[in-house]
Ligand binder design. Structure first.
Ligand code: GLN
Length: 194
């Protein structure tokens, strides 16, 4: 199974490490042609403005957009879910929104006091999972096609729409494998891998 991790900025190494512990040796994606043969892509947490700048510099915007037409599964965490959203609550040209998920997100929505926090979430089909939130976005609108797999204080924090999965938290920074496993299951069920 050919899984990529977008490796322009942010905590792509942490994602790669989780994938390796699940038996997948990921491709660290920095160039457009690396996207061609992928069965799935992870977009890490980091800074969505910086990631957007580098996506544009590296000519990755169009090929990333095409993942939707090709039905390639994508999993985004934190800054990653921001890039996967349909729109930002406060539009900002410095941030691309690919529209893989029919959601609207507000960046840095938890305020200073709670810039980062840890909690336990109840995830549908999985059960209790530890979750770390770091300057997390808040999902403020979800479309009818979007399945909410976990909530925190009434806000959706793990959502799925077809082959696309997004988390506002960081399953890559705690020793949790379940959410990545869920993504790999999605990849397996989405595409014939030969
Ligand atoms: N606040 C960051 C952004 O807007 C996301 C934070 C993160 O990925 N940990 O891009």
């Amino acid at each position: 199974m050919n899984i990529g991790v977008l490796a322009l900025q942010g905590d792509f190494e942490e994602h790669a490490a989780v994938l390796r512990s699940l038996g997948v040796d990921p491709v660290l994606v920095t160039r457009p042609e690396q996207l061609e043969s992928l069965h799935g892509l992870v977009i890490p947490g980091g800074e969505s403005t910086t990631m957007t700048r580098l996506i544009r510099v590296e000519g990755l915007e169009a090929p990333l957009r095409q993942l939707k037409e090709r039905g390639v599964p994508v999993f985004g965490t934190c800054a990653g879910i921001i890039l996967m959203a349909r729109a930002l609550a406060e539009p900002d040209d410095r941030v691309i929104t690919f529209g893989f998920l029919d959601i609207v997100v507000a960046r840095n929505a938890y305020g200073r006091q709670r810039e980062s926090f840890e909690t336990t979430l109840q995830v549908q089909g999985i059960g209790a999972v530890k979750a770390v939130f770091i300057r997390a976005p808040r999902v403020v609108q979800v479309g009818t096609e979007v399945e909410v797999l976990a909530e925190h204080e009434g806000d959706p924090v793990l959502v799925r729409q077809g082959p696309f999965l997004g988390a506002t938290f960081h399953p890559e920074v705690v020793p949790t494998l379940e959410i990545h496993q869920l993504f790999l299951d999605l990849v397996r069920s989405s595409a014939p891998i030969g």
